[in-house]
Design a protein around this ligand. Structure first.
Ligand code: GBH
Length: 453
């Protein structure tokens, strides 16, 4: 464990933790069904056969969870609003209560409007393969904003449209379980359009602080061979540039046009509606090589032979329980690369997720992971990248999608039998880090600071 204190972050830097509705709320029978309810009901979709019908039961225990946030000392809490719950009678009441509870303890609520739990009724009408879903999303965003805008200032439209396209629609390991490979690309476009339309709807409702949470990471070619380099470039295109460039530059990168809806270009003006900040979820770099010519699997994700790339192990690094390598400098490199690529077009950045899965409440590996990534983030700031916040995934152990409850990302342990919450060592460590950061800020701020000792 690092012995030096973490260097002070800039004044006003926002420290937070993240969750999402489907992964923690439970109370599935108190809302309309979502694609994830249908998906997890199919045998074989989730590793341990579990569903999120109860999950952390946060819907009924949110007061206890807000008390945990308050005691932790974070500035902000990123959660998601469940669209199928908002579509149910009285569904917005829950978020009203949650926001009140957060405001009462001085934790800033930062809602994400879509974190993968599409109402099942919309899926039955075609879901994200249908352009119309984008317009439905903007209407829903306006409804949520009308209810919460008096207390919620900072908003996030979508979580990781890249992963929702790839895992949910191209490879079929997440809901809605489609395996369309490149024919999934309209799903990317319709989510980006939904984002742009929602930004306009939120602004029309008077909201002035809007971002998105995109999944990004460096892609490393498996070797210097041209076939590996070309495969890594294509992966970079799919994970990073396909989602960053329409938002930041108002254009799609070359190379995927044939898979996109015909008139996609006409939507770019809406999609590029300027953002107040750009959210990045970072976990690890991806090492990419030329296709293997056979079906493969990597960290639990099937990579069919038809795809023009393969995923390779990053050697010589510790891995988390999810099998993902621990590469903190990947975060520094990602941020400086974004700054170099997009320059003035990149608004201030917020890390909207970063974290790891490990067993146990004496979670020294999580402390080491977070410590190293926070230092890597500080190095990016020193290198001149304008980063305004850092959110850890996650407050609680929760329903980790196709992995079920087998992967624990929480700062707080949840016993899924008794639903009892137990803060882990990492929770206490973070509380101390946040205390030091507050003291550092005061020290930097004031003439009242007693430096004479
Ligand atoms: C996020 O997705 C989600 O927003 C969140 O809901 C989820 O619980 C959390 O992360 C943890 O999974 O195999 O080394 O190449 C993260 C998407 C996709 C990021 C797979 C890491 C694999 C890295 N992840 N990726 S590697």
């Amino acid at each position: 464990m690092a012995t030096h204190p973490i260097p002070p972050f800039p004044p006003g830097f926002l420290w937070g933790v993240s969750t999402s509705a489907h992964q923690i709320e439970g109370a599935a029978d108190e809302r309309e069904p979502s694609v994830w309810d249908a998906f997890t009901a199919e045998p074989g979709r989730v590793k341990d056969g579990s569903t999120a019908a109860v999950a952390c039961d946060h819907y009924h225990r949110y007061q206890e969870d807000v008390a945990l946030l308050s005691d932790l000392g974070v500035d902000a809490y990123r959660f998601s609003v469940s669209w199928p719950r908002v579509d149910s009678p009285g569904g917005l009441d829950f978020y009203d209560r949650l926001v009140d509870e957060l405001c009462a303890v001085g934790v800033r609520p930062v809602p994400t409007l879509f974190h993968w739990d599409l109402p099942l009724a919309l899926q039955e009408a075609g879901g994200w393969l249908e352009r119309d879903t984008a317009f439905r999303f903007a209407e829903y965003a306006a409804r949520v904003a009308a209810r919460l805008r008096d207390r919620v200032t900072q908003w996030i439209t979508l979580n990781e449209p890249a992963e929702h396209t790839l895992l949910g629609h191209a490879l079929g390991v997440h809901a809605p379980g489609r395996r369309l490979l490149f024919d999934a690309l309209p799903v990317a476009h319709h989510q980006l359009l939904a984002h742009g339309l929602a930004v306009r709807a939120l602004r029309a409702a008077g909201v002035t602080d809007i971002g998105i949470a995109n999944s990004h990471g460096p892609t490393w070619p498996a070797s210097r061979e041209s076939a590996d380099v070309a495969a890594a470039d294509l992966y970079d295109l799919l994970l990073n540039r396909l989602f960053a460039e329409p938002l930041l530059l108002g254009e799609y990168p070359d190379g995927l046009g044939e898979f996109m809806p015909e008139d996609a270009g006409a939507d770019l003006e809406v999609i590029a509606e300027p953002l107040d900040w750009y959210g990045i979820n970072y976990y690890a770099p991806t090492r990419v090589g030329a296709p293997l010519g056979r079906d493969d699997a990597f960290a639990g994700v099937p990579i069919p032979a038809e795809l023009p790339f393969s995923l390779r192990e990053i050697e010589g690094r510790p891995v988390t329980d999810s099998g993902w390598p621990v590469v903190p400098e990947g975060l520094t490199d990602l941020l400086t690369a974004f700054r170099d690529r997009y320059g003035d077009r990149l608004p201030p950045v917020v890390i909207t997720e970063n974290g790891c899965s490990y067993e146990g409440v004496d979670d020294r590996e999580r402390i080491a992971y977070l410590d190293a990534h926070i230092r890597a983030l500080h190095r990016a700031i020193e290198a001149g990248v304008d980063v305004r916040g850092y959110f850890i995934w996650s407050l609680l152990d929760n329903f980790e999608w196709a992995e079920g409850f087998a992967r624990r990302f929480g700062l707080v342990h949840v016993d899924f039998r008794t639903l009892r919450r137990t803060p882990k060592a990492s929770y206490r460590w973070l509380r101390e880090v946040l205390r030091e950061q507050r003291e550092g800020r005061q020290g930097a701020a004031g003439p009242e600071t007693d430096s004479a000792g």
